[in-house]
Design a protein around this ligand. Structure first.
Ligand code: TRP
Length: 450
């Protein structure tokens, strides 16, 4: 774009650079914190199966769609819709919604990421005392404004520090360090769970043996929503990362690799965590407190050799997602305003940081949907239930019904049977699934109880 002030846009150095950065974006708190606890809540194997189907039928096609849009336009989400359609057309609002989602999500994501950092410290000091005392540490952390804000500050400084470096020297370089480290740690923890505890077999059973009597409509919709969140879809993150991709890369192969790795890591985290849970005879359905309340109690038994790597893993996962959230917002201002990367990253990272302070203080609540809720809960709810699904739905409509066939198939790399199948799914399957998620968020699904 000429708004670029002559600066050349960044590009990934090669295939591995893109794959690691995009899997870094996808693999986050969603995989290690959320996936295991919702799997526990919704009953294990049957939920996992539905989730896998959602990844293939909804997540993967939409990821390909976002990559096609991004690479075709070579632009941030707002500019991409302007460039592919018409400047001034309403489609650019989809891009705007994406930039806004990145802003809002990072503001509260950074709080949870901060807890992960805090727990590295707590794990080094060691968990000891009664189960109540250990679980109580989490409440103390959450309600203490000073602690939450301090860790939030550290996390945002790390994100800003990486994104300032740019595409190759910042995001790609750090993804190349953090992602292999993450994989190695998780592999170690999984083997520990499988072979050094007595819970390995029970964990595999729980995750991979479907029991359909436990499957509920609520579970199916959560699987759908999660497939979407975990692949970083619906807000232009993949449009942005796709825009830094070279033309000769195969988009289908890249999207399959990223979705596969994301799913693999979630399942590995599930095995590692549930092995411990079953070894100590705990219940798998521990809801939100699984990672920060239940696991520390078990870590008091296993010692720091397991707990410290675990929270480092969680922090690395959060960091590579945090940088991609920030990059979406930053890329818009670089492409369109011609600001330098350094200034843009510091200024916007600073605003997101300040906005995040609202979520850092758990005691600040406002009435929302009939009860007093913290800003954290409200932002989480609005972004995952409304902003991302609506953004994803509109992106899907655009690529399936509006974008020119030639643009689309050229970027996809063929117009053979696979392309036709993709087009069919994007036209008829993905949007319907997303409408269900949106209606559910609005509590409007007729067959559900609200
Ligand atoms: N995928 C991330 C996770 O699993 C969270 C996320 C959602 C995200 N949307 C995003 C990350 C957009 C980066 C960009 O935790």
């Amino acid at each position: 774009m000429d708004e670029n002030n002559g600066n050349k846009r960044g590009q990934w150095s090669g295939r591995i650079g893109f794959i690691l950065a995009a899997t870094g974006s996808a693999i986050g708190l969603g995989n290690i914190w959320k996936f295991p606890y919702i799997t526990g809540e919704y009953g294990g194997g049957s939920f996992v199966l539905v989730y896998l189907m959602c990844v293939v039928l909804v997540g993967l096609p939409l990821m390909i769609a976002e990559l096609i849009i991004g690479r075709r336009a070579q632009c941030n989400p707002v500019g991409a819709f302007q460039k592919l359609h018409k400047k001034g057309s309403a489609w650019q609002l989809v891009g705007w919604l994406g930039v806004a989602s990145g802003f809002v999500i990072l503001s509260y994501y950074s709080i949870v990421a901060g807890w992960a950092l805090a727990y590295i410290y707590k794990a080094i000091v060691g968990f000891s005392g009664t189960a109540e005392a250990i679980q109580g540490q989490f409440i103390e952390l959450v309600v203490s404004p000073f602690d939450s804000i301090m860790w939030h500050t550290i996390f945002m400084i790390l994100c800003i520090g990486i994104v300032i470096g740019g595409i190759q020297k910042g995001i790609e370089r750090w993804s190349k360090i953090l992602m292999p480290a993450l994989f190695a740690i998780l592999l170690g923890l999984m083997f520990y769970g499988l072979f050094a505890t007595n819970g390995g077999a029970a964990a595999l059973n729980f995750l991979f043996k479907p029991d359909f009597s436990k499957l509920t409509a609520e579970g199916i919709l959560s699987a759908l929503g999660h497939a979407f969140f975990t692949l970083s879809l619906g807000m232009g993150a993949m449009i942005t990362y796709g825009s830094y991709m070279k033309k000769e890369r195969n988009l289908l192969r890249s999207a399959i690799t990223v979705s596969f790795l994301d799913t693999l890591i979630a399942l590995m985290a599930g095995v590692a965590i549930f092995s411990l849970v079953f070894h100590y005879g705990m219940e798998p359905g521990q809801s939100v407190g699984l990672i920060f309340k239940t696991l520390p109690v078990l870590f008091a038994e296993t010692g720091p050799w397991i707990s410290v790597p675990f929270f480092i893993l969680l922090s690395f996962a959060a960091l590579t997602s945090g940088i991609s959230l920030l990059e979406v917002v930053v890329s818009y201002f670089i492409d369109h305003r011609g600001w330098s990367r350094k200034v843009t990253t510091i200024v916007l990272g600073g605003f997101i940081y300040l906005f995040g302070l609202l979520s850092a203080v758990a005691a600040w609540t406002v009435p929302f949907r009939g009860k007093d809720q913290s800003f954290f809960d409200i932002f989480d709810f609005i972004s995952t239930n409304y902003m991302l699904p609506i953004g994803g739905f509109l992106t899907c409509l655009y690529i399936a019904w509006v974008m020119k066939d030639k643009d689309r198939s050229e970027e996809f790399g063929s117009n053979g049977p696979l392309y036709k199948a993709l087009k069919f799914v994007l036209r008829y399957v993905t949007p319907i699934a997303l409408i269900a998620v949106i209606l559910h968020g609005l509590e409007l699904l007729p067959f559900m109880e609200y």
